[in-house]
Write a protein that binds this ligand. Structure first.
Ligand SMILES: [Zn+2]
Length: 308
């Protein structure tokens, strides 16, 4: 009897063991299958998130990335879809193009519209709207002291593909031209403000316009400043056509006429205008000026077409 009972007990224990193993095995299988399904789901979501982040980053930070070959090509494609070009580069080729900017070497007619002394809360938005309607990218020589007041307008200019260039901080001749280094300091201060305003740490305009132009009063300081700027890889540009919108008491008629007479006979023109708060006439006459230049065969460009 004892032996038989032991045998039965052993069978029961064996069956119970097999049952337990079966239940355990099923459990393990269920867990593995569930984990796999969950894993695949998470991986898919994660991939989507990564892709989203990747594309949003590319839209927000349109920087040049020439070193990373494959990646650079992908980023370039996205940049072409957005309105913001790659950051300006003052290369050897750019220096050559700057030297030739007024030269009449070929039959191509090019107009660079430039707006100084802004931004202003009333005139700059009007100018931006006109440029948008006309499909023209211009250049804004902003003042650091105005960038501080209206950083969001500078960002709008930048995001619309206009070139943000540097007109110094104060526009106070006595302080800007107190020394060559003061010029550079005003330039650097304004560059920092531009970078903050547009949210692009890698941006450098490499382009300065002397308040009042690079000639005339304070000529000795300006000449030294030109060398100092060049040493710091910064170009400067004046203008060879203007509307006189900031001189005396212009009228709509005088503005258009002065543009026509100063542009006359020139294939390449850098046009000086202003988008300060008092320049309603500049905004009012801009469509007529653009239409005149178009009829004369000019193509509109900005300094992104030089600084690369
Ligand atoms: Zn100015």
């Amino acid at each position: 009897m004892g032996e038989k009972k032991e045998l039965i007990d052993a069978k029961v224990i064996k069956r119970e063991f097999i049952n337990k193993m079966l239940i355990f095995g099923t459990l393990v299988l269920t867990v593995i299958v569930a984990a796999s399904i969950a894993g695949i789901w998470v991986a898919e979501r994660y991939n989507e998130k990564l892709l989203e982040e990747y594309f949003s980053q590319m839209e927000e930070v349109p920087e040049e990335n020439e070193e990373e070959n494959g990646k650079a090509e992908e980023i370039q494609e996205v940049q072409e879809e957005t309105t913001i070009p790659a950051n300006p580069v003052y290369s050897e080729d750019a220096k050559y193009r700057m030297d030739k900017i007024y030269k009449e070497g070929n039959v191509e007619k090019i107009a660079y519209l430039t707006f100084d002394d802004g931004p202003s809360s009333n005139i700059t938005p009007q100018i931006l709207q006109i440029l948008k309607d006309e499909g023209i990218r211009a250049t804004f020589f902003v003042l650091g002291s105005r960038v501080e007041l209206y950083p969001e307008l500078v960002k709008q200019e930048y995001e619309a593909g206009h070139y943000i260039a540097n007109h110094g901080y104060s526009h106070e001749y006595k302080s800007v031209y107190s020394s060559p280094n003061a010029v550079l300091d005003e330039y650097n201060h304004t560059e920092t403000l531009i970078r903050q305003a547009i949210g692009n740490d890698g941006y450098s305009s490499h382009l300065f316009r002397f308040p009042g132009g690079s000639t005339g009063k304070y000529l000795d300081v300006k000449k030294e400043a030109i060398k100092l700027l060049e040493e710091n890889n910064i170009a400067y540009i004046n203008w060879n056509a203007l509307t006189n919108d900031a001189v005396g008491h212009p009228t709509a008629e005088s503005i258009v006429n002065d543009l026509k007479s100063t542009a006359s006979g020139k294939n390449k023109i850098v046009v000086l205008m202003h988008d300060t708060g008092s320049k309603q006439l500049t905004a009012d006459t801009l469509p007529e000026i653009i239409s005149y230049l178009r009829d004369e065969g000019y193509e509109f460009k900005n300094f992104y077409d030089i600084m690369y």
